[in-house]
Ligand binder design. Structure first.
Ligand SMILES: [Zn+2]
Ligand SMILES: [Zn+2]
Length: 388
């Protein structure tokens, strides 16, 4: 392990920032105190600070020695609507809200990296420290891009990081191409004709539609996709009916689709439409499909991934780097930044053993052992990039 000495000296401070943020979680676009906390610390480090991006977002700028377009390093500020069950001393003081995805740790590591880089004064071009709101569900990253993040702060590449409890501490993994999936949602409303359940022949039963549709939707991945293409179709909600002896008028199905490739995404959506219409016709009722594309896939560019892997190897050693991990179908709104700029998103190993709770668990707590590793990666990446 090759930790940056200035980062190691900052570990107690990073830990106390992290615990403060953990105790005071704020959810999507409401990260007012969190954004103010970040801005105050960046100012104290002597950085130029811009607030109010996408509402609560903050950008700190460290001027380098040269004139290069510079790079962006990004962390996320938001917590989740989860009631914490960790029992730790720094547990959430905000009932029903919790940092269960480690964004408290991401913010603390990027602050630590900013402090260390400001002290070391070794970067050639500008470094932008991007603290974005609303990573979970609400697409704060997209809003920042739409509000002109990259016009206001020109940069040639942007980098992201997420702690990864399924990867052991001391490892960093990423790959060129897709690392995380695109995330879509769908809602199917089948409208039949209600009836007394004993006189079913008088109605058009939307329950039948639901039963057939759930089965048929599972044939898209197995029968329509190339065997080496990747896709997930999950029906996660079925709503319909109130009692034993009434056939309801309507049944609602909801769920999510995950893909890496936009062509596969289009194929799945189009097959869903055909199946929904066909099954509705079969049972002589109406059905509508609302299909919404949310986050795109997180796709790393080749040159920036090579930079990220080099920085990772410099910190955790070549043995600690996995340059070809199996991608996951979870998604990330950093994808919007990667659509606008070349860049790379990495998984930072943060596992605390096989029994340790995963992301979004009410028992999850960010692993403080990786604060120095993550912040050292940021510092090394910024300094290697700038001298390149
Ligand atoms: Zn999350
Ligand atoms: Zn997260």
């Amino acid at each position: 392990m090759n930790l940056v000495p200035e980062v190691v000296a900052l570990v107690p401070e990073m830990r106390s920032w992290r615990h403060h943020l953990h105790a005071h979680p704020e959810t999507a676009f409401e990260e007012v105190a969190t954004g103010a906390f970040v801005a105050e610390r960046l100012r104290a480090m002597g950085l130029e600070v811009h607030t109010g991006l996408a509402g609560t977002g903050v950008v700190g700028v460290l001027a380098g020695q040269g004139q290069g377009a510079g790079i962006g390093l990004r962390a996320d500020l938001d917590a989740l609507h989860i009631r914490e069950a960790t029992g730790v001393a720094h547990a959430s003081r905000h009932d029903g809200r919790m940092h269960a995805c480690g964004h408290d740790g991401h913010t603390a590591m990027l602050l630590g990296a900013a402090a260390a880089l400001a002290r070391r004064r070794r970067v050639a071009g500008r470094v932008h420290f991007i603290f974005q709101p609303a990573e979970e569900n609400e697409g704060g990253g997209r809003v920042m891009v739409e509000e002109g993040l990259f016009d206001r702060f020109p940069m040639r590449a942007v980098y992201g990081m997420h702690n990864w409890p399924r990867l052991p501490v001391g490892r960093i993994a990423t790959r060129t191409g897709p690392l995380m999936g695109a995330f879509d949602i769908f809602e199917i409303v089948a409208t039949g004709k209600g009836a007394h359940a004993a006189m079913a022949y008088q109605g058009r039963d939307p329950m039948l539609f639901a039963a057939h549709a759930i089965q048929a939707l599972q044939t898209i991945v197995s029968r329509n996709l190339h065997p080496l293409a990747a896709g997930v179709v999950s029906v996660t909600q079925v709503h319909g009916g109130d009692t034993w002896n009434v056939i309801p008028e309507e049944v609602v199905l909801r769920g999510t689709v995950r893909t890496f490739d936009p062509e596969v995404q289009t194929l799945i959506e189009s097959r869903m439409r055909t199946l929904v219409e066909g099954i509705a016709a079969m049972f002589e009722m109406r059905a509508t499909l609302r299909y919404e594309r949310r986050y795109p896939a997180t796709v790393n560019s080749a040159a920036e991934t090579a930079h990220a892997l080099a920085a990772a190897a410099a910190v955790v050693g070549a043995d600690g780097v996995d340059a070809d991990p199996t991608p996951e179908m979870g998604s990330e709104d950093f994808a919007y930044m990667l659509q606008a700029k070349p860049g790379c998103y990495v998984w930072l190993g943060a596992g605390q053993g096989p029994e340790s709770p995963g992301l979004h668990s009410p028992r999850y707590d960010f692993n403080d052992d990786v604060l120095a590793i993550g912040a050292s990666y940021w510092v090394t990446l910024a300094e290697q990039q700038q001298s390149a």
